[in-house]
Write a protein that binds this ligand. Structure first.
Ligand code: DAT
Ligand code: MG
Length: 191
């Protein structure tokens, strides 16, 4: 029986940034005084660097791409997934012919699991990640730049807000994602 942290999952959508008084940012743009805004509603998604990405030393590169985009890392864990968690993660693929090899691949070594936060972050992460088959993924995407075989495609990203909520709930406890304000959120977001 998979332990599912649904409260964490429920909070995966429409996170209201509770910067509070400690999170205020008083940086300057010409003619404009900026403050961290506590009302910016942000979404969350689940992203996982698969064992081939870890083994090939791509963790730093991939995290950098998400950071450079303006997304916010709110949870991360480095671990080897159990069969139960892999099966739960890929439940829609259980009957597919590739599932046994997918499961063995994901369990073959440690993965780097993350929760990222940002406006429309589910779709943005999928764009950064690229098409499922690295041979069809556009240059500039993670799979397009670093992968060749579909069965070694470096990284996972949730495919919808509903999947994000479910997958965060599989891998993270409710209190693991950290609520905080990035000091440059007032610049990243127009409103
Ligand atoms: P994605 O990871 O882009 O969401 P998916 O959910 O369709 O793609 O499939 C999950 C993973 O399963 C995918 O990242 C790699 C593997 N996979 C998908 N289709 C495959 C296929 N035809 N042959 C081998 N592996 C496949
Ligand atoms: Mg998928």
């Amino acid at each position: 029986m998979v332990q599912s942290f649904t409260s964490a999952a429920q909070s995966a959508r429409t996170i209201t940034n509770s910067a509070g008084s400690r999170g205020e940012f008083h940086g300057q743009l010409p003619g404009k005084r900026l403050q961290a805004r506590s009302e910016i509603p942000l979404d969350r998604t689940f992203v996982m660097i698969k064992p081939d990405g870890v083994q090939r030393g791509l963790v730093g590169e991939i995290v950098s791409r998400f950071e450079a985009k303006g997304l916010k890392l709110v949870a991360a864990r480095f671990e080897k997934l159990t069969e139960v968690r892999v099966t739960e993660q890929y439940q829609e693929h259980l009957a597919k012919p590739f599932f046994p090899s997918l499961k063995n691949y994901i369990m073959s070594g440690p993965c780097f699991l993350m929760v990222w936060e940002g406006r429309n972050v589910v779709a943005i992460a999928r764009t950064l990640i690229g098409a499922t088959n690295p041979q069809e993924a556009a240059p500039g995407t993670i799979r397009g730049d670093f992968g060749i075989d579909i069965g070694r495609n470096v990284i996972h990203g949730s495919d919808s807000p509903q999947s994000a909520s479910r997958e965060i709930g599989i891998h993270f406890q409710q209190n693991e994602p950290v609520t905080y304000a990035l000091i440059d959120e007032s610049i990243i977001y127009e409103y």
